[in-house]
Design a protein around this ligand. Structure first.
Ligand code: HEC
Length: 372
């Protein structure tokens, strides 16, 4: 009788789509859709590398079918992620939009626009996969991507594709290979800013401070331009600080101490990336109080404003807004509002002044009323 009950509840858990492991949600229910979009992506990826193959009549059928498939699964993924923390929900919405637009524009023969949305789509996969900690690399993509010619993807193309594929170890290997090779010029360092992407992968996704420490130690043995040397030295200090995390602090408490007095510039980057990792881990817990949740979103908003790396975009406003909505009378709500207003206004400021769309204006007014 008892084993029957146990079996029943195991079945119920499996049927409910995800299992709870040590108080956290895991993402088994995402995987069939992820596998499907990845398979389609592998078919179209080589065809999107140049305009000729993307627009060739010979490829039209394969590209259209796979874009349609990606759009269908993206819709399912969005439904699943809508109940998640706000950053995840936001990125899944982006995924759904980009996939839908790519398929529509391609169908209507607007190849340039379709190509734009396909690129945005790749960026969304990458952003989401690098936005939080991972429990391990995907065994599924390892086999599938074997036949893909990754060398044709440009300086950091291969590293990014590996990260998109959740082959995080191999992506880090590739970053390290390029960073340690003598070929990398200062222009490339400044243009691609690979050190930020490298830190996001090692620190946020893998929670590994040792790996970048080792790499930076090696890089610092070489003659480097002043600003790069300065960055690496301050990041070394932060990486060591994180390694000495006090055991008794929970994720939110530790994140708070990491960003309390840190500079909002590149020297504070490691602190912000680590803090964002712990804050997202905190949000994954099932039983956190509403106030803690609001503060976690607030701190995340600050982190994303400061990280602003190429792998990530647009999430900070989402976090700040959620924080305000959850606890408009909290001690941090006013500051959250100011930062939100500042970033929205900046986003719509051009040579002709500020040009806020009516819905943004209405949202600002609404949030302001809640807070003040
Ligand atoms: C909203 C966030 C989000 C977006 C956007 C996203 N993914 Fe994922 N993806 C996940 C999560 C969460 C997992 C599960 C990770 C784990 O193993 O815990 C995952 C897993 C995967 C896996 C591994 C599956 C397996 O069984 O090992 C693949 C492949 C994948 N995603 C491909 C993609 C591709 C391709 C895109 C873009 C077209 C994409 N994903 C966009 C969140 C996202």
């Amino acid at each position: 009788m008892r084993s029957g009950l146990v079996l029943l509840s195991v079945c119920a858990l499996l049927l409910s789509g995800f299992r709870i492991k040590s108080g956290e949600k895991d993402y088994e229910d995402f995987k069939p859709h992820m596998r499907a979009v990845y398979s389609s992506l592998l078919t179209i990826f080589p065809l999107t590398l140049n305009t000729k193959s993307f627009t060739s009549k010979d490829n039209t059928k394969a590209i259209q079918e796979n874009l349609n498939l990606i759009a269908q699964h993206a819709k399912e993924i969005n439904t699943l992620a809508a109940k998640d923390e706000k950053g995840h929900a936001y990125l899944s919405l982006q995924l759904e939009r980009n996939a839908r637009q790519a398929a529509l524009k391609y169908k209507d023969g607007f190849h340039d626009q379709a190509h734009f949305f396909v690129e945005e789509l790749y960026d969304t996969c990458l952003s989401c996969h690098t936005s939080r900690s991972s429990s391990g690399d995907s065994a599924f993509t390892m086999d599938l991507s074997k036949n893909l010619d990754m060398e044709a993807m440009g300086t950091f193309g291969k590293a990014k594709f590996l990260a998109l594929s959740r082959q995080f170890d191999r992506a880090l290997d590739e970053y390290e290979r390029i960073l340690k090779s003598r070929e990398l010029s200062l222009e490339e360092l400044l243009h691609f800013d690979p050190l930020v992407d490298y830190l996001v992968l090692s620190v946020r996704v893998q929670g590994n401070a040792d790996r970048p420490l080792k790499t930076f130690n090696e890089l610092l043995k070489r003659p480097l331009p002043g600003p790069v040397k300065h960055d690496l030295e301050s990041w070394q200090k932060s990486l060591k600080q994180v390694k000495n995390r006090p055991k008794k602090m929970n994720d939110l408490e530790f994140a708070r101490t990491l960003i309390k007095d840190v500079n909002r510039d590149r020297t504070g980057l490691v602190n912000y990336i680590f803090a964002s990792k712990y804050l997202k881990d905190h949000l994954k817990k099932v039983n956190i109080s509403a106030n803690d949740k609001a503060e976690t979103y607030y701190q995340l908003g600050i982190c994303e404003l400061s990280i602003g790396e190429s792998l990530m975009s647009g999430e900070s406003g989402m976090y700040l807004e959620e924080s305000i909505r959850l606890a408009p009378k909290s001690p941090f709500a006013k500051r959250a509002y100011e930062l939100y207003e500042e970033s929205v206004t900046l986003g719509y400021t051009g040579s002709a002044g500020i040009n806020l769309p009516p819905d943004e204006k209405a949202r600002l007014d609404e949030l302001k009323k809640l807070v003040f």
